[in-house]
Design a protein around this ligand. Structure first.
Ligand SMILES: Nc1ncnc2c1ncn2[C@@H]1O[C@H](COP(=O)(O)OP(=O)(O)OP(=O)(O)O)[C@@H](O)[C@H]1O
Ligand SMILES: [Mg+2]
Length: 255
């Protein structure tokens, strides 16, 4: 397992209206096996950051290294889960997971598919099609697919954003269980501050235009975390404080 290190990362897009500085001098250390949550206003560059780590986006300044080596094109050491599950509708659940394992020996594929469907609690749905699953189940298949190659880093871009509140809380517990079982380094982008605190060893707060790291708040509470504990509420207040620096209303809302 290797540490991920982001140093002086900047990314500029050229739009017809002029250049957009999506990311500006991002520095971030992500220890191997840790859980990092990223929050920030819409458009602050969270997806851009994950896409760069995944290797889906090039043409940036600065460096992104995994185990001291620059990350390159998408590879099996980095898995990604998006807000929408992106499963192939014409393949069964097991074939969707197997698809990620293309090129590996058949026995190994069968074993890994079974192990990862078990990991996300969907062994009984191996032969189902994506259309026969609930939103939460489909996201669990997407997580199994992303983990099937046993990546060092799992990148989660608002994976629970489209789920209802109760399913979402269930999925947070699921991802916590999976992280504790696998010890994969996880980086989660979320709009949900409680989710960020519930899961993260550190919560990265980003500011928009240009996207910068505003604060990195360590969360040392033991897991599973009690969302109503004084310490949890205190961290929530601090994050809201970072978002709305001088707004007293935000503090009131956070409580
Ligand atoms: N392919 C692209 N071409 C041009 N500009 C882009 C592209 N992708 C992102 N941007 C710009 O970069 C900035 C950051 O976008 P990004 O999608 O990373 O934000 P985000 O924080 O993920 O937002 P959201 O919370 O809404 O998902 C935005 O100003 C956006 O317009
Ligand atoms: Mg995004």
């Amino acid at each position: 397992m290797s540490d991920l290190r982001i140093t002086g990362l900047s990314k500029r897009y050229s739009l017809p209206t002029g250049p957009v500085l999506a990311l500006d001098g991002i520095d971030l250390a992500v220890p191997a096996g840790s859980f990092t949550s990223i929050v920030g206003a819409s458009g602050c560059g969270k997806s851009t950051l994950l896409r760069i780590i995944a290797g889906l986006e090039g043409g940036f300044d600065g460096s992104v290294t995994l185990g001291g080596r620059p990350v390159g094109a998408p590879a099996r050491d980095r898995g990604m889960v998006f807000q929408e599950h992106r499963l192939l509708p014409w393949l069964t659940v097991e074939d969707n997971v197997a698809f990620a394992l293309h090129g590996r020996p058949r026995d190994e594929v069968r074993e890994r598919v079974a192990a990862h469907l078990a990991l996300v609690g969907l062994s009984g749905f191996a032969k189902a099609y994506p259309a026969q699953l609930s939103g939460g189940m489909a996201q669990r298949v997407a997580i199994a697919r992303a983990l099937a190659n046993q990546p060092q880093v799992l990148l989660l871009d608002e994976p629970f954003g489209a789920l209802d509140a109760m399913t979402r809380i269930g999925m947070q517990q699921e991802i916590l269980r999976i992280w504790q079982a696998e010890r994969t380094t996880m980086i989660l982008v979320t709009h949900d501050i409680d989710e960020a605190i519930f899961l993260g060893d550190q919560v990265v707060v980003m500011s928009a235009r240009p996207g910068r790291v505003k604060a990195v708040l360590p969360v040392t509470l033991p897991r599973p975390r009690d969302r109503s504990s004084t310490h949890f509420i205190d961290i929530r207040k601090r994050i809201f404080g970072e978002f709305f620096a001088e707004s007293e209303q935000a503090f009131a809302y956070a409580i």
